[in-house]
Design a protein. Structure first.
Length: 237
């Protein structure tokens, strides 16, 4: 009974929030109807890729390439706690998971962590927010199984090989999390060289995961042999 009351209260407050703070398109920022995540016009021109590839033997799925449009969405979600952009990213990822049949073949979603310093400066981890919305849409459980245990130099200043070195020993598994034998979705907002995914996925496998599937909203297109991205505004992956 208590659970039903809580669920009803949650629905009420969510509807109240929708009325007080109506949703806006994550691209053009026009008001959009309840239940929509992007306006029809922007949806028709948004360059969905929903691609499957791999990084160092781990499968990687991404919704779109990191371009001017997706950059605006990602940076708004990251720096401004823009709920409409976070929700759109989550819905787009969730739709991609359904397209590839992944929702029924994984046990949980694990968001890539940020350092304590970054969390204090920003106030939140945008990837955790996206994971929470994915859980709401799909029913998949979120497990905060990985923690970042050391501060590292900004990745955007480094090429691929240096990014990999920069993250050595940066991640560890939270001891209280039961992930042994589980196949998990490892979630990040953007993948550039894949250094963050590679390190966190290996940490999870060493802790006993049966499998790790890497998933992100946007994949940056690399333009240099050393792994530099054409984007210099986004730092981490």
């Amino acid at each position: 009974m208590d659970g039903e009351i809580f669920a009803a209260a949650k629905r009420f407050f969510r509807k109240a929030a929708d009325v007080l703070y109506p949703a806006r398109c994550p691209v053009c920022e026009k008001l959009i109807p309840l239940g929509k995540y992007i306006c029809d016009e922007c949806n028709s021109t948004f360059e969905y890729k929903n691609c499957e590839t791999n990084i160092s033997g781990f499968p990687l799925y991404y919704v779109c390439e990191y371009n001017d449009v997706s950059q605006k969405i990602v940076l708004g979600a990251k720096n401004d706690w823009d709920g409409d952009k976070l929700d759109f990213m989550a819905k787009a990822v969730c739709d991609m998971l359904t397209e590839y049949g992944l929702r029924d073949n994984v046990d949980a979603v694990i968001p890539v962590p940020i350092s304590k310093k970054s969390r204090m400066e920003r106030g939140y981890n945008q990837t955790e927010k996206i994971a929470g919305k994915i859980s709401e849409l799909s029913g998949l459980k979120v497990i905060k199984a990985v923690k970042k245990i050391k501060n590292t130099a900004q990745q955007k200043q480094l090429g691929r090989s240096d990014r990999l070195k920069n993250l050595n020993g940066a991640f560890a598994v939270n001891e209280y999390c039961d992930i042994k034998g589980k196949t998990v979705l490892l979630l990040d907002d953007v993948c550039t060289t894949g250094a963050t995914f590679i390190h966190t996925a290996n940490v999870l496998m060493n802790a006993g995961c049966a499998g790790v599937v890497c998933v992100c909203f946007a994949r940056a297109v690399l333009s240099f042999e050393d792994g530099d991205s054409k984007d210099k505004e986004y730092a981490d992956t």
